[in-house]
Design a binder for this molecule. Structure first.
Ligand code: S3P
Length: 427
């Protein structure tokens, strides 16, 4: 796909529903009593994998239109063993959260994924679930996974990595762990969508500054859930507005869960002009309208403690930092090596190719920014949706444009991305 440089970006848009919340709404809706009406569902290849998985496991899902679904819950223990393996495709959230539910069902469940997902670490969920007494096997630490449902017992678990997916798997299993509460202690706070949703569904959740406990449940009921706009889908538009001179973009109805919005804090430190309007709460999640206007940026330091709050936006931070005066550094982000691609190596390789001064470190990257447009050239997505968005943002902000290879990877999280970006372009 050819991405031409643009003069500026201008306008007001909304982005599709949050991917993390959409996955959780379908997963939790399936184990609720009665129907859960989901509006603002973020339809993408990833979330469709979750719909297909829960159907295969016996939950009826009715699709009214592109972003409105009804999930007919089968109750906490009502899922059934499917005839074929559950295909999680590229969806890490599905593969890591679903076993937390399957440990409480009757039957044997096999979970498979695509090539990228099959290369990602899965022992991180299997290990705590096994400690709870679950029978779960990985294939040399990876997918395919096999879960045999049965009884589980509560645990106190200190997360070895700051991961919302691992935390969520343990909390979901905690719903089935009779006798006492299950506690997860986090090294650094991560997104808490699971906690918020389970609380809404009637689970007893107790929260400390760095820990969360869940009591075993007898029934859950969500009723309805409105999914806020995906901050991670707004992020490429906001970064593009920050770096393309003369830009002024507002994204409306964006989820502003503090576990997700680290990029806004970092952009502000870089001197970006960021404003948030109409702060409100939607289905237990904070939401607002975010405006970014272009300005001269300076380099910034991202520390390990803030990494989880912008983990999926670090590739975009690298683009912003390449356009900012001076040095930028990301520390403590080794997790990027085990995302949909090795995002330390893929970001460094691709941004270098188009003229950025960036180098990899074991747990992040260092960038020497120049407040000018990058040259442009060829960018490969590595089959990674976030990398494809990086290529598009870097391309519109470049001098010569970008030939984006593997542009279709955006289907994984944001199928309408290029059209929306195009709507903001001022020739
Ligand atoms: C997610 C958590 C994060 C994030 C991923 C979605 C979630 O992963 O990178 O895109 O929905 O819980 P980790 O838990 O591996 O950090």
């Amino acid at each position: 796909m050819r991405v031409e440089p643009v003069a500026a970006l201008e306008g007001h848009v909304a982005v599709p529903g949050d991917k993390s919340v959409s996955h959780r709404a379908v997963l939790v809706g399936a184990i609720c009593e009665g129907p859960t009406e989901i509006s603002g569902f973020g339809r993408s290849a990833d979330t469709e994998a979750t719909v297909a998985a829960m159907r295969a496991l016996g939950a009826e899902v009715v699709e009214h239109d592109i972003d409105t679904l009804t999930v007919h819950g089968v109750g906490l223990r009502g899922l059934r063993e499917p005839d074929a393996p559950v295909d999680c495709r590229n969806a890490g959230t599905l593969m890591r959260l679903l076993p937390g539910i399957l440990v409480g069902q009757q039957g044997r469940f096999e979970l498979v994924g695509d090539e990228s997902l099959s290369a990602r670490p899965m022992e991180r969920i299997a290990e705590p679930l096994r400690r709870m007494g679950a029978r779960i096997e990985t294939t040399d630490g990876h997918a395919p996974l096999v879960v045999e449902g049965g009884r589980v017992a509560p645990i106190d678990y200190a997360l070895p990595v700051a991961s919302a997916q691992v935390k969520s798997a343990v909390l979901l299993a905690g719903l089935y762990a009779e006798g006492a509460e299950t506690t997860v202690v986090e090294p650094v706070p991560t997104r808490d969508h699971t906690e918020r949703m389970l609380e809404r569904a009637g689970a007893r959740v107790e929260r400390g500054p760095k820990s969360v406990s869940i009591h075993p449940a007898t029934r859950l009921e969500l009723g309805g859930i409105e999914v806020p706009g995906d901050f991670s889908s707004a992020a490429p538009l906001l970064v593009a507005a920050a770096i393309v001179p003369g830009s002024d973009v507002t994204v409306h109805g964006v989820g502003l869960n503090p576990g997700r919005t680290g990029l806004l804090d970092v952009l502000e430190r870089m001197g970006a002009r960021v404003a948030v309007f109409n702060r409100r709460s939607v289905a237990g999640e904070p939401v607002g309208d975010v405006q970014v206007q272009s300005s001269e940026l300076v380099g910034a330091r991202v520390t390990a403690a803030e990494v989880p709050s912008l983990v999926d936006e670090l590739p975009l931070f690298a683009v912003a930092a390449s356009h900012a005066r001076g040095e930028s550094i990301v520390l403590g982000a080794g997790e990027l090596r085990v995302k949909e691609s090795n995002r330390i190596e893929s970001v460094v390789e691709e941004l270098r190719r188009i003229g950025a001064h960036i180098r990899a470190t074991p747990d992040g990257f260092r960038i020497r920014g120049v407040p000018a447009r990058l040259r442009g050239g060829v960018v490969h997505s590595h089959g990674d949706h976030r990398l494809a968005m990086v290529g598009a943002v870097a391309g519109i902000a470049s001098r010569e444009g970008v030939d984006l290879e593997g542009a279709e990877a955006v289907e994984v999280s944001f199928p309408g991305f290029y059209d929306l970006l195009g709507q903001l372009e001022r020739a």
